[in-house]
Design a protein around this ligand. Structure first.
Ligand code: TXA
Ligand code: MG
Length: 307
Protein backbone atom coordinates (compact mmCIF):
# COMPACT_ATOMS: atom_id res chain seq x y z
CA UNK A 1 0.00 0.00 0.00
CA UNK A 2 2.80 2.42 0.90
CA UNK A 3 4.36 2.00 -2.53
CA UNK A 4 0.98 2.35 -4.27
CA UNK A 5 0.34 5.63 -2.46
CA UNK A 6 3.77 6.94 -3.49
CA UNK A 7 3.09 6.01 -7.11
CA UNK A 8 -0.28 7.78 -7.13
CA UNK A 9 1.20 10.89 -5.52
CA UNK A 10 4.04 10.98 -8.03
CA UNK A 11 1.74 10.72 -11.04
CA UNK A 12 1.95 7.00 -11.82
CA UNK A 13 -0.62 4.24 -12.40
CA UNK A 14 -1.80 1.65 -9.88
CA UNK A 15 -4.19 -1.22 -10.55
CA UNK A 16 -6.36 -1.89 -7.52
CA UNK A 17 -9.32 -4.07 -6.58
CA UNK A 18 -12.77 -2.61 -5.98
CA UNK A 19 -16.00 -4.38 -5.04
CA UNK A 20 -16.97 -4.39 -8.73
CA UNK A 21 -13.93 -4.98 -10.96
CA UNK A 22 -10.24 -4.01 -10.80
CA UNK A 23 -9.57 -0.34 -11.52
CA UNK A 24 -6.60 1.26 -13.26
CA UNK A 25 -6.06 4.36 -11.14
CA UNK A 26 -4.25 7.67 -11.24
CA UNK A 27 -4.46 10.99 -9.38
CA UNK A 28 -7.57 12.50 -10.97
CA UNK A 29 -6.22 16.04 -10.52
CA UNK A 30 -3.05 15.30 -12.49
CA UNK A 31 -3.56 15.64 -16.26
CA UNK A 32 -0.33 13.85 -17.25
CA UNK A 33 -1.01 10.97 -14.88
CA UNK A 34 -4.53 10.50 -16.24
CA UNK A 35 -3.35 10.66 -19.85
CA UNK A 36 -1.25 7.57 -19.02
CA UNK A 37 -4.47 5.68 -18.28
CA UNK A 38 -5.81 6.38 -21.79
CA UNK A 39 -2.49 5.33 -23.25
CA UNK A 40 -2.18 2.09 -21.25
CA UNK A 41 -5.74 1.03 -22.09
CA UNK A 42 -5.75 2.19 -25.68
CA UNK A 43 -8.86 4.13 -24.69
CA UNK A 44 -10.29 6.82 -26.98
CA UNK A 45 -9.95 10.31 -25.48
CA UNK A 46 -13.71 10.93 -25.92
CA UNK A 47 -14.50 8.28 -23.30
CA UNK A 48 -14.47 9.93 -19.84
CA UNK A 49 -13.35 8.20 -16.64
CA UNK A 50 -15.08 7.61 -13.29
CA UNK A 51 -13.64 9.57 -10.36
CA UNK A 52 -13.42 7.58 -7.11
CA UNK A 53 -13.56 9.41 -3.78
CA UNK A 54 -13.66 8.19 -0.19
CA UNK A 55 -16.70 10.02 1.18
CA UNK A 56 -19.63 12.29 0.37
CA UNK A 57 -17.88 15.49 1.50
CA UNK A 58 -15.11 14.87 -1.03
CA UNK A 59 -17.72 14.12 -3.70
CA UNK A 60 -19.50 17.40 -2.97
CA UNK A 61 -16.30 19.32 -3.69
CA UNK A 62 -16.35 17.99 -7.24
CA UNK A 63 -20.04 17.94 -8.19
CA UNK A 64 -23.41 19.55 -7.55
CA UNK A 65 -25.75 17.24 -5.67
CA UNK A 66 -29.48 17.54 -6.40
CA UNK A 67 -32.05 16.11 -3.98
CA UNK A 68 -32.19 12.91 -6.03
CA UNK A 69 -28.40 12.65 -5.95
CA UNK A 70 -28.39 13.05 -2.17
CA UNK A 71 -31.02 10.33 -1.84
CA UNK A 72 -29.01 7.94 -3.99
CA UNK A 73 -25.88 8.73 -2.01
CA UNK A 74 -27.41 6.48 0.65
CA UNK A 75 -26.22 3.61 -1.55
CA UNK A 76 -22.60 4.72 -1.11
CA UNK A 77 -20.11 3.30 -0.53
CA UNK A 78 -21.10 0.78 -3.17
CA UNK A 79 -21.43 -0.17 -6.84
CA UNK A 80 -23.19 2.98 -8.04
CA UNK A 81 -21.77 5.78 -10.22
CA UNK A 82 -23.62 9.08 -10.52
CA UNK A 83 -23.19 11.49 -13.42
CA UNK A 84 -23.62 15.01 -12.02
CA UNK A 85 -22.88 18.60 -13.05
CA UNK A 86 -19.31 19.57 -12.15
CA UNK A 87 -18.96 22.05 -9.31
CA UNK A 88 -17.29 25.42 -9.85
CA UNK A 89 -14.24 24.46 -7.83
CA UNK A 90 -13.91 21.02 -9.45
CA UNK A 91 -10.16 20.55 -9.97
CA UNK A 92 -10.29 17.30 -11.92
CA UNK A 93 -8.00 17.00 -14.96
CA UNK A 94 -9.67 17.85 -18.25
CA UNK A 95 -8.98 14.52 -19.93
CA UNK A 96 -10.82 12.67 -17.12
CA UNK A 97 -14.16 14.23 -18.00
CA UNK A 98 -13.31 14.40 -21.71
CA UNK A 99 -14.11 18.10 -21.65
CA UNK A 100 -17.74 17.56 -20.52
CA UNK A 101 -19.48 19.79 -18.00
CA UNK A 102 -20.50 16.68 -16.07
CA UNK A 103 -18.53 14.26 -13.94
CA UNK A 104 -19.04 10.59 -13.07
CA UNK A 105 -18.39 9.90 -9.37
CA UNK A 106 -18.37 6.81 -7.21
CA UNK A 107 -17.45 5.92 -3.63
CA UNK A 108 -16.18 2.35 -3.65
CA UNK A 109 -16.73 0.14 -0.60
CA UNK A 110 -13.74 -2.13 -1.06
CA UNK A 111 -11.26 -1.79 1.82
CA UNK A 112 -8.18 -1.55 -0.39
CA UNK A 113 -9.77 0.99 -2.73
CA UNK A 114 -10.85 3.10 0.25
CA UNK A 115 -7.38 2.94 1.80
CA UNK A 116 -5.68 3.88 -1.46
CA UNK A 117 -7.89 6.95 -1.89
CA UNK A 118 -7.67 8.05 1.75
CA UNK A 119 -3.91 7.59 2.07
CA UNK A 120 -3.18 9.26 -1.27
CA UNK A 121 -5.49 12.10 -0.22
CA UNK A 122 -6.49 12.44 -3.89
CA UNK A 123 -9.59 11.64 -5.91
CA UNK A 124 -8.63 8.69 -8.11
CA UNK A 125 -9.69 8.39 -11.74
CA UNK A 126 -10.07 4.74 -12.64
CA UNK A 127 -11.59 2.85 -15.52
CA UNK A 128 -11.71 -0.93 -15.42
CA UNK A 129 -8.24 -2.48 -15.61
CA UNK A 130 -8.42 -4.02 -19.07
CA UNK A 131 -7.51 -3.05 -22.60
CA UNK A 132 -10.19 -0.87 -24.17
CA UNK A 133 -13.16 -2.89 -25.48
CA UNK A 134 -12.07 -6.12 -23.80
CA UNK A 135 -13.40 -8.08 -20.83
CA UNK A 136 -13.11 -6.23 -17.48
CA UNK A 137 -10.67 -7.72 -14.99
CA UNK A 138 -12.10 -9.43 -11.94
CA UNK A 139 -8.98 -11.40 -11.02
CA UNK A 140 -5.34 -10.54 -10.43
CA UNK A 141 -4.37 -13.02 -13.14
CA UNK A 142 -6.49 -11.15 -15.67
CA UNK A 143 -4.99 -7.76 -14.79
CA UNK A 144 -1.51 -9.23 -15.28
CA UNK A 145 -2.58 -10.76 -18.60
CA UNK A 146 -3.75 -7.32 -19.81
CA UNK A 147 -0.78 -5.27 -18.67
CA UNK A 148 2.00 -7.78 -17.89
CA UNK A 149 4.53 -5.93 -15.80
CA UNK A 150 3.80 -2.44 -17.04
CA UNK A 151 1.99 -1.63 -13.79
CA UNK A 152 2.04 -1.79 -10.04
CA UNK A 153 -0.89 -3.94 -8.89
CA UNK A 154 -2.43 -4.00 -5.44
CA UNK A 155 -3.71 -7.46 -4.70
CA UNK A 156 -7.20 -8.33 -3.54
CA UNK A 157 -7.16 -9.67 0.00
CA UNK A 158 -10.89 -9.15 0.32
CA UNK A 159 -13.68 -11.52 -0.49
CA UNK A 160 -14.84 -12.06 -4.04
CA UNK A 161 -15.93 -9.06 -6.09
CA UNK A 162 -19.45 -8.47 -7.48
CA UNK A 163 -17.80 -9.02 -10.84
CA UNK A 164 -19.72 -6.45 -12.90
CA UNK A 165 -18.96 -2.74 -13.22
CA UNK A 166 -21.01 -0.24 -11.24
CA UNK A 167 -24.48 0.87 -12.27
CA UNK A 168 -24.22 4.31 -13.91
CA UNK A 169 -27.07 6.77 -13.46
CA UNK A 170 -27.24 10.15 -15.14
CA UNK A 171 -28.84 12.73 -12.86
CA UNK A 172 -28.31 15.68 -15.19
CA UNK A 173 -31.38 14.76 -17.26
CA UNK A 174 -34.97 15.68 -16.32
CA UNK A 175 -35.75 12.04 -15.66
CA UNK A 176 -32.86 10.12 -14.07
CA UNK A 177 -31.42 7.78 -16.71
CA UNK A 178 -29.64 4.49 -16.18
CA UNK A 179 -26.67 4.55 -18.57
CA UNK A 180 -25.27 1.17 -17.55
CA UNK A 181 -26.95 -1.72 -15.75
CA UNK A 182 -25.25 -3.16 -12.67
CA UNK A 183 -25.89 -4.55 -9.22
CA UNK A 184 -27.99 -1.55 -8.27
CA UNK A 185 -31.06 -2.43 -10.32
CA UNK A 186 -33.61 0.09 -11.71
CA UNK A 187 -36.07 -1.18 -9.06
CA UNK A 188 -33.69 -0.29 -6.22
CA UNK A 189 -33.20 3.22 -7.64
CA UNK A 190 -36.94 3.76 -8.18
CA UNK A 191 -37.69 2.69 -4.62
CA UNK A 192 -35.30 5.31 -3.27
CA UNK A 193 -36.30 8.14 -5.63
CA UNK A 194 -40.00 7.28 -5.51
CA UNK A 195 -40.23 7.79 -9.27
CA UNK A 196 -39.64 6.00 -12.54
CA UNK A 197 -36.23 6.11 -14.17
CA UNK A 198 -35.39 5.95 -17.87
CA UNK A 199 -33.13 3.32 -19.36
CA UNK A 200 -30.77 4.64 -22.03
CA UNK A 201 -30.96 2.55 -25.15
CA UNK A 202 -28.27 2.34 -27.79
CA UNK A 203 -30.19 4.60 -30.15
CA UNK A 204 -30.85 7.28 -27.57
CA UNK A 205 -28.27 9.95 -26.93
CA UNK A 206 -25.29 7.87 -25.86
CA UNK A 207 -23.45 9.61 -23.09
CA UNK A 208 -21.47 6.65 -21.83
CA UNK A 209 -19.27 5.24 -24.57
CA UNK A 210 -19.26 2.11 -22.42
CA UNK A 211 -22.70 1.76 -23.94
CA UNK A 212 -21.32 1.34 -27.42
CA UNK A 213 -22.67 -1.94 -28.60
CA UNK A 214 -19.41 -3.84 -29.03
CA UNK A 215 -17.61 -4.06 -25.70
CA UNK A 216 -16.31 -6.64 -23.25
CA UNK A 217 -15.25 -8.71 -26.24
CA UNK A 218 -13.60 -12.08 -25.96
CA UNK A 219 -11.71 -13.27 -29.07
CA UNK A 220 -14.09 -16.20 -29.53
CA UNK A 221 -17.65 -15.76 -30.87
CA UNK A 222 -20.55 -16.04 -28.47
CA UNK A 223 -23.88 -17.68 -29.28
CA UNK A 224 -26.47 -16.55 -26.76
CA UNK A 225 -29.62 -18.25 -25.42
CA UNK A 226 -28.29 -21.61 -26.54
CA UNK A 227 -30.43 -24.62 -25.67
CA UNK A 228 -28.12 -27.16 -27.27
CA UNK A 229 -24.46 -27.46 -28.08
CA UNK A 230 -23.36 -27.58 -31.70
CA UNK A 231 -20.27 -29.38 -32.93
CA UNK A 232 -17.12 -27.42 -32.13
CA UNK A 233 -18.58 -25.31 -29.33
CA UNK A 234 -17.91 -25.08 -25.62
CA UNK A 235 -20.69 -24.31 -23.15
CA UNK A 236 -21.27 -21.63 -20.56
CA UNK A 237 -24.11 -22.86 -18.39
CA UNK A 238 -26.46 -21.36 -15.84
CA UNK A 239 -28.65 -23.16 -13.35
CA UNK A 240 -29.55 -26.64 -14.60
CA UNK A 241 -28.66 -26.04 -18.27
CA UNK A 242 -26.58 -28.82 -19.79
CA UNK A 243 -24.40 -27.43 -22.54
CA UNK A 244 -21.72 -29.97 -21.84
CA UNK A 245 -18.57 -30.27 -23.88
CA UNK A 246 -15.12 -31.51 -22.97
CA UNK A 247 -14.67 -28.21 -21.19
CA UNK A 248 -17.69 -26.32 -19.97
CA UNK A 249 -18.38 -24.04 -17.03
CA UNK A 250 -21.48 -23.17 -15.04
CA UNK A 251 -21.96 -19.54 -13.92
CA UNK A 252 -24.14 -20.69 -11.04
CA UNK A 253 -25.29 -24.32 -10.76
CA UNK A 254 -27.88 -23.21 -8.17
CA UNK A 255 -29.26 -20.50 -10.47
CA UNK A 256 -28.14 -17.55 -8.35
CA UNK A 257 -27.81 -14.40 -10.50
CA UNK A 258 -25.40 -12.63 -8.11
CA UNK A 259 -23.09 -15.63 -8.19
CA UNK A 260 -23.40 -15.79 -11.98
CA UNK A 261 -22.50 -12.09 -12.25
CA UNK A 262 -19.42 -12.52 -10.10
CA UNK A 263 -18.20 -15.40 -12.28
CA UNK A 264 -19.16 -13.94 -15.68
CA UNK A 265 -15.99 -12.16 -16.78
CA UNK A 266 -13.49 -14.66 -15.35
CA UNK A 267 -15.37 -17.63 -16.86
CA UNK A 268 -15.65 -15.92 -20.25
CA UNK A 269 -11.94 -15.28 -20.09
CA UNK A 270 -11.19 -18.89 -19.14
CA UNK A 271 -13.34 -20.30 -21.93
CA UNK A 272 -11.85 -17.81 -24.38
CA UNK A 273 -8.35 -18.96 -23.49
CA UNK A 274 -9.36 -22.60 -23.87
CA UNK A 275 -10.99 -21.93 -27.26
CA UNK A 276 -7.93 -20.08 -28.56
CA UNK A 277 -5.63 -22.92 -27.50
CA UNK A 278 -7.89 -25.60 -28.94
CA UNK A 279 -9.04 -23.86 -32.07
CA UNK A 280 -12.68 -23.70 -31.04
CA UNK A 281 -14.75 -20.98 -32.73
CA UNK A 282 -17.76 -20.47 -30.47
CA UNK A 283 -18.85 -20.31 -26.85
CA UNK A 284 -22.52 -21.26 -26.47
CA UNK A 285 -24.16 -19.44 -23.55
CA UNK A 286 -27.30 -20.70 -21.83
CA UNK A 287 -30.30 -18.43 -21.30
CA UNK A 288 -30.02 -16.10 -18.31
CA UNK A 289 -33.30 -14.76 -16.85
CA UNK A 290 -33.66 -11.09 -17.85
CA UNK A 291 -34.64 -9.54 -14.52
CA UNK A 292 -32.84 -7.96 -11.60
CA UNK A 293 -29.10 -8.57 -11.88
CA UNK A 294 -29.88 -10.68 -14.95
CA UNK A 295 -30.45 -7.37 -16.82
CA UNK A 296 -26.81 -6.45 -16.22
CA UNK A 297 -25.53 -9.92 -17.12
CA UNK A 298 -27.49 -10.01 -20.39
CA UNK A 299 -26.38 -6.46 -21.20
CA UNK A 300 -22.72 -7.51 -20.94
CA UNK A 301 -23.35 -10.73 -22.89
CA UNK A 302 -25.10 -8.93 -25.77
CA UNK A 303 -22.17 -6.51 -26.08
CA UNK A 304 -19.65 -9.33 -25.82
CA UNK A 305 -21.46 -11.17 -28.61
CA UNK A 306 -21.71 -8.12 -30.91
CA UNK A 307 -19.50 -8.20 -34.00
O1 TXA B 1 -17.32 -0.47 -11.38
C1 TXA B 1 -16.83 0.43 -12.04
O2 TXA B 1 -17.49 1.46 -12.38
C2 TXA B 1 -15.36 0.32 -12.44
C3 TXA B 1 -14.51 0.38 -11.18
C4 TXA B 1 -13.04 0.39 -11.44
O3 TXA B 1 -14.90 1.47 -10.39
N1 TXA B 1 -15.00 1.32 -13.38
C5 TXA B 1 -15.43 1.32 -14.66
O4 TXA B 1 -14.92 2.34 -15.44
O5 TXA B 1 -16.17 0.49 -15.11
P1 TXA B 1 -15.00 2.38 -17.04
O6 TXA B 1 -14.11 3.47 -17.47
O7 TXA B 1 -14.71 1.03 -17.60
O8 TXA B 1 -16.47 2.81 -17.32
C6 TXA B 1 -16.84 4.14 -17.05
C7 TXA B 1 -18.04 4.54 -17.85
C8 TXA B 1 -17.73 4.73 -19.30
O9 TXA B 1 -18.70 4.06 -20.06
C9 TXA B 1 -17.83 6.23 -19.49
O10 TXA B 1 -18.24 6.56 -20.75
C10 TXA B 1 -18.84 6.62 -18.42
O11 TXA B 1 -18.52 5.78 -17.35
N2 TXA B 1 -18.71 8.01 -18.01
C11 TXA B 1 -17.69 8.60 -17.36
N3 TXA B 1 -17.92 9.93 -17.20
C12 TXA B 1 -19.13 10.19 -17.76
C13 TXA B 1 -19.92 11.37 -17.91
N4 TXA B 1 -19.53 12.55 -17.46
N5 TXA B 1 -21.10 11.23 -18.53
C14 TXA B 1 -21.53 10.04 -18.98
N6 TXA B 1 -20.81 8.90 -18.87
C15 TXA B 1 -19.63 8.96 -18.28
MG1 MG C 1 -14.55 -0.64 -18.78
Amino acid sequence: MKKAVEIIKSGGLVAFPTETVYGLGADATNEDACLKIFQAKGRPAINPLIVHVSNLDEAKKLALFSDDALKLASLWPGPLTMVLPKSKQCNIANCVTAGLSTIAIRIPSHKIAQELITKSAKPIAAPSANKSGRISSTTLKHVIKNFENQLFILDNIESKAHGLESTIIDLTTTTPTILRYGFITPEIVEKILLKKVKIATTDSDIKAPGMLLRHYSPHTNLRLNASNLNEGEVGLNFDSSKLSSEFSLNLSPKGDLAEAASNLFSYLDELDEYCLLNNIATIAVANIPNAGIGLAINDRLIRAAAK
